[in-house]
Design a protein around this ligand. Structure first.
Ligand SMILES: [Cu+2]
Length: 194
């Protein structure tokens, strides 16, 4: 009986901890898809199948907020680059040749921590879009909020102690990533400043 249990465990393990591989294709001047949300341990393969001259820059030198660097900086028309994501967070990347328009993002969430949308996390924020003030709902009374622009640069960082409102009126209109560090976890999501 003991032996049987071990065999079942070994068979189930790969399913329970299954990894998904996602593919991002280089188009003439864009990535498709250019916005992925994946689980910790999943991998992404970027493919340029003769769709122009491109490279891949996800380095922390360019995107300081990236949890890890990744890149394929040799420009070419036919290449494949794969990365497995073992650190949760928001990763920005671009093609240096078409830097202004050929950008992309991979959000890596840790399902065991309840990160991401539609999870059991008690941390929420609103309104979204926001004009002046974002209100953060959390049980924590002392926590940090960091806001990044879509190029991965930190534009706002504040420690909120015994208050739950963050003034964002200084930000220009646009799309940002908000990172709330509270309750021993990190929640990241997009928000729009009007
Ligand atoms: Cu390119």
């Amino acid at each position: 009986m003991k032996r049987f249990t071990q065999v079942v465990m070994m068979c189930l393990a790969p399913v329970a901890f299954g990894q998904t591989n996602y593919t991002v294709n280089a188009q003439a001047s864009s990535w498709s898809p250019n916005d992925l949300t994946i689980d910790l341990g999943d991998s992404v393969t970027w493919i340029n199948n003769n769709n122009g001259s491109h490279n891949l820059n996800g380095t922390t030198a360019t995107f300081a907020a990236n949890p890890e660097s990744f890149s394929m900086l040799t420009t070419g028309t036919n290449w494949t680059f794969g990365k497995r994501f073992n650190v949760a967070g928001v990763y920005m990347y671009r093609c240096n040749v078409h830097a202004a328009m050929m950008t992309g993002k991979v959000t890596v969430v840790d399902p065991s921590l309840g990160l991401g949308e539609n999870t059991a996390s008690t941390i929420t924020f609103g309104p979204n879009p926001a004009n002046e003030v974002i209100t953060i709902q959390t049980k924590a009374t002392d926590f940090n909020v960091v806001i990044y622009d879509m190029a991965g640069h930190q534009v706002l960082s504040e420690n909120l102690k015994n208050k739950n409102e963050l003034n964002v009126s200084s930000l220009k209109q646009g799309t940002y990533v908000i990172e709330i560090r509270a309750e021993g976890t990190i929640v990241q999501d997009k928000f729009i400043k009007n």
